[in-house]
Design a protein around this ligand. Sequence first.
Ligand SMILES: NC(=O)c1ccc[n+]([C@@H]2O[C@H](COP(=O)([O-])OP(=O)(O)OC[C@H]3O[C@@H](n4cnc5c(N)ncnc54)[C@H](OP(=O)(O)O)[C@@H]3O)[C@@H](O)[C@H]2O)c1
Length: 404
Amino acid sequence: MFNRFSREIRGAHLNAVSQLQHTRNIYRFPLKSDINITKNGKTHIAVGQGGRSSRTGYTVSIFGVTGFLGKILVSKLAKHGTNIVAPFRNGRSKRPLKVNGDLGVVNFHEFDIRNVKSIEECVAHSDVVINLLGSSLNTKNFSMADANIEATRRIAKAAKDYNVDRFIQVSSYNADVNSKSEFFATKGIGEQVAKEYYPDATIVRPSPMYGHNSTMLNQLLPLRVFGDNILFKQEIYPTHVQQVAEALERITFDDSTLGQTYELYGPERYSRRELREMLKYMTHIGMLGYFPAAAGYYMPANKLAVKFWCWFNEKFSPSMESFNIDSYRRAFIDQVIDPKAFTYKDLGLIPDDMADFLYTYIKPHIVASSQALNRTVYGRDDVLKLRDYVNTPRNSLDLLDVKS
Ligand SMILES: NC(=O)c1ccc[n+]([C@@H]2O[C@H](COP(=O)([O-])OP(=O)(O)OC[C@H]3O[C@@H](n4cnc5c(N)ncnc54)[C@H](OP(=O)(O)O)[C@@H]3O)[C@@H](O)[C@H]2O)c1
């Protein structure tokens, strides 16, 4: 009796296990169907159960793959077996990408935006081209117009010539052909260029992105920034880089996103200056003895001096990620949301709140010696309290706890 009963249970258990083994984990696998027909009529058959050895059947070329967002996007796409063509120009920056996918999934191809043939080779076998290539600096070899407009033109043209199904252009928040900022203007023109070749291109405009080693947070961390009162004036809706990558993954496999413009932004509006103040407390920068507070280290300056400083940086260290004349212009242009654009919600995503992640990304920057004095772990509530605190007007005597 006991044996029959246990055999039945075991049989039911094995059935459940075998069913599970044949069910693809839809939360991890991006495709809803095994057989997918692309816009140009190619058929892709997905195989596997959603893990590393699965294949979606799609091939995606990602320009700008070695950048901050590119690395995360590859990890999302390659882990389900979407074949990646990864154009690179610097052998060292491509190396960490290889391990994101199974053998043969991440394929490198050296390219140069001045060499059209190398671009064509990168797109020739792809179903989707994602263009993340962009720059907010004018360097000795490439201007912002080269990276944001001309490169887009060449990549989109090559993709069109090789009959690639889809083109996804990653632009920027505030992209506008009439903007006073060279970066925003070139990004705006880049969108138009992409649409010339692909009228149904999907345009994605991310806000400033935070994550591990993000430029957005790194720029706010130095002890002193000359003219921080002006350079950090801009108000933005920071967004999580992991979520931008997830949104791009969804867009890649969803043809209903054709021809749409997506603005990907976080739920909270911060000024960079306010964030810098918060980070000073979190990283204990400027601690004076036992005062657990950011004391001093302001280097305010007037507009003319800051403008000259930015011009000087651009002239004499143009390839450094320091402040240039266009960062000065951008400081006066707050982020504006286009109400007509689609957002995370249209992709089924709830935007991440920065307060939940700030400490994770800032922790590696906390001065080790100061941790002995201040071991606060900033959870969501503490970050929100800190935000209120830095926005409360006070005078310098508050640090000494002296009532004025
Ligand atoms: N990060 C943000 O907060 C933010 C905000 C708004 C918009 N965006 C836009 O989103 C996209 C991705 O951002 P990201 O932060 O990942 O950018 P990123 O880290 O600066 O990466 C840019 C990518 O473009 C490549 N690239 C730039 N100029 C090139 C050139 N002349 N020739 C060949 N390759 C070139 C870089 O290659 P190398 O690695 O070889 O240098 C890198 O792979 C960019 O278009 C950016 O403008 C970013």
